[in-house]
Design a protein. Structure first.
Length: 189
């Protein structure tokens, strides 16, 4: 009789031990890759900067359109801001040529101004905030002069007495050397 009583007491102990072993062997739950929390717009303002639209330049005339000085300053700025790096000095480099008057984004002064300010896809960077507006208009004047779109009513920056050098190197009054002739290769048929 002892034996069945010992078996009866051992059986529940074994069942409790087995239940504890099963619970203890349960797999641990881990999150290996947690998905980021959904981004919600923050009500807290981090900066005073807010996105906005660009200034409307569609009705803004070029103040330097007929100024020879602005055109020469634009030429200087063209080299200074390294525009020649892409467009070359004459306006025909690896970037779009500026020597013709057929441009993708338009050849009016306002279009050129907007191209410089906003940039264009595939290469033309935006110069907004980097170049002052008067200098951009001088660049516009020079770029338009490359294709012959700028009116030539601007006066030259040189005065009359600066046009010809009257010193010893002047060719005025120079005589043709004796026994000289033009080589045959230099004459056109």
């Amino acid at each position: 009789m002892l034996r069945p009583l010992a078996c009866r007491a051992r059986t529940p102990l074994l069942l409790v031990g087995a239940a504890l072993a099963v619970v203890g062997c349960r797999r641990e739950e881990r999150r290996f890759r947690e998905s980021p929390p959904a981004t919600t717009p923050s009500a807290v303002r981090v900066s005073a900067l807010q996105p906005g639209t660009m200034a409307d330049t569609s009705h803004m005339p070029n103040p330097y359109e007929s100024s020879a000085y602005a055109q020469s300053e634009g030429q200087r700025l063209f080299g200074w801001y390294n525009c020649a790096g892409c467009h070359a000095n004459g306006g025909g480099g690896m970037g779009p040529p500026l020597m013709d008057d057929e441009w993708i984004y338009g050849s009016s002064p306002e279009n050129i101004y907007n191209t410089i300010i906003q940039g264009r896809p595939n290469g033309m960077p935006s110069f907004a905030g980097k170049i002052p507006s008067p200098q951009i208009w001088q660049l516009v004047t020079y770029v338009r002069s490359l294709s012959g779109l700028t009116p030539m009513s601007g006066r030259s920056a040189r005065t009359e007495h600066m046009n010809f050098y009257q010193g010893a190197q002047s060719m005025q009054g120079a005589q043709t050397p004796k026994n000289s002739f033009r080589p045959p290769a230099s004459e056109f048929p």
